[in-house]
Design a protein around this ligand. Structure first.
Ligand SMILES: *Cc1c(COP(=O)(O)O)cnc(C)c1O
Length: 393
């Protein structure tokens, strides 16, 4: 059931774009640096299993997510590669991590101590997080770092397999704060290098794109795997072309002519200035097409047309430049002929960053996965667990 849907609103995920973006980063960082594909938050809204599979085919060695639940889902889906949980997990949940061979992040010595108490059997693998200036998770001093390694040395059931940090400003042109964080990390990494086989990593997409020589052992590739620039300010100086993977589409389900003075949608805030063609599409704020996007544009037959009136929970209305048939395709994000509405354009209208846009398109919107321009899979999360609708009483 999960591969069908009965409403004409869907997102398309171009897996060839994902593949190409991973390959490009691989080439850029060289073969001695590993690539960790960051597929947290359902792969930034794109679809975690499908993106993970594609990234691994393109040469990624490892996966990373934010939460243990997300890692468990990937293991369930059959992924055997190392998976790192980058957020904080409950020390009480180490059993699940050990059973599923999932690497957890140790954000402090205190956490490590608590986690160790919960181990019944097996070995807990962790990457120790270092807070070099992000102020989120991690040990902040060399002393705490050394104590953590000493602790792990004394406990046979705890293994620190890696250390990592995260930069707060890697996507900004001004590199002062980045360099400051990097210097703190380099000093800490030096201490950790005394321990054999510790994987050292610090870079997100922005760091990988701009400072590949600073990555040490691996890059944690998130946003740019999806073909998006980590920020607007570094967009003009990207080292290779990024290919946007996400697009969003719907179809006109109702078309009508309204007269001068007629109103559209809640609050009757839109008034037709003359006779106008109005089309309705079945997407609204419950799909993540939020009310702030009123007055934004969509593409029909390669032409931009505005949304008019308030966006409803499940629908919104478009002012058509001329009559269009019911069933005509409407592109909210993506390309039609010569016109393109990019994720960045939508982000700008929302006064937010591109990261937020695909993440915000909810699971009510089915994802279609494309390879070589043809659909290879459809995932409708609403129907997960629904075996056969026709068998119902
Ligand atoms: C999300 C995340 C990343 C990926 O960052 P991008 O900017 O999307 O490449 C890397 N590291 C950590 C710790 C993260 O939380």
């Amino acid at each position: 059931m999960g591969n069908s849907f009965y409403r004409d609103t869907w997102a398309e995920i171009d897996l060839d774009a994902i593949y190409s973006n991973v390959k490009s980063m691989k080439n850029h960082i060289g073969e001695n640096t590993q690539l960790i594909a960051v597929v947290k938050a359902n792969a930034y809204g794109h679809g975690d299993a499908e993106v993970a599979k594609t990234a691994l085919e393109a040469g990624a060695e490892m996966l990373a997510v934010a939460f243990l639940d997300e890692a468990v889902v990937l293991r369930e889906a059959g992924f055997e590669v190392p998976i790192l949980v980058m957020g904080a997990s409950r020390p009480a949940d180490v059993k699940i991590a050990i059973d599923q061979r999932i690497i957890l992040t140790a954000p402090s010595l205190e956490w490590l101590t608590e986690a160790e108490k919960n181990i019944q059997k097996g070995i807990l693998s962790v990457h120790l997080k270092i807070d070099t200036g992000m102020g989120r998770l991690g040990v902040r001093t060399e002393d705490e770092l050394l104590q953590a390694f000493k602790f792990a040395e004394e406990k046979p059931n705890v293994k620190i397999e890696g250390i990592f940090t995260h930069f707060a400003t890697a996507d900004e042109l001004d590199t002062a704060y980045f360099n400051k964080q990097y210097d703190v990390f380099a000093a800490m990494a030096q201490k950790a290098a005394d321990y054999d086989g510790v994987m050292i990593h610090c870079g997100n997409s922005a760091t990988g794109l701009r400072f590949p020589e600073k990555l040490v052992h691996a890059v944690r590739l998130g946003i740019s795997m999806y073909g998006l620039s980590p920020s607007m300010e570094i967009k003009p100086e990207l080292p290779y072309e990024l290919k946007e993977a996400f697009s969003l589409h719907s179809r006109l389900v109702h078309v009508k002519k309204i007269s001068k003075g007629d109103k559209v949608s809640y609050g009757a805030t839109y008034t037709a200035e003359k006779d106008e063609w109005i089309g309705t599409i079945p997407i609204g704020y419950a799909d993540g097409w939020v009310r702030r996007l009123k007055e934004s544009e969509v593409l029909i037959d390669g032409e931009r047309m505005p949304i008019v009136g308030r966006i409803c929970m499940d629908q919104c209305m478009i002012k058509l430049t001329s009559f269009k048939e019911t069933g005509t395709k409407v592109t909210l994000i993506g390309r039609q002929k010569e016109e393109c509405i990019s994720v960045d354009e939508v982000a700008e209208r929302l006064e937010t960053i591109n990261y937020e846009v695909p993440c915000t398109i909810t699971l009510r919107v089915p994802r279609m996965f494309l390879k070589n321009k043809s659909i290879i899979e459809v995932r409708n999360s609403l129907f997960c667990g629904v075996k056969n609708l026709t068998d119902r009483p």
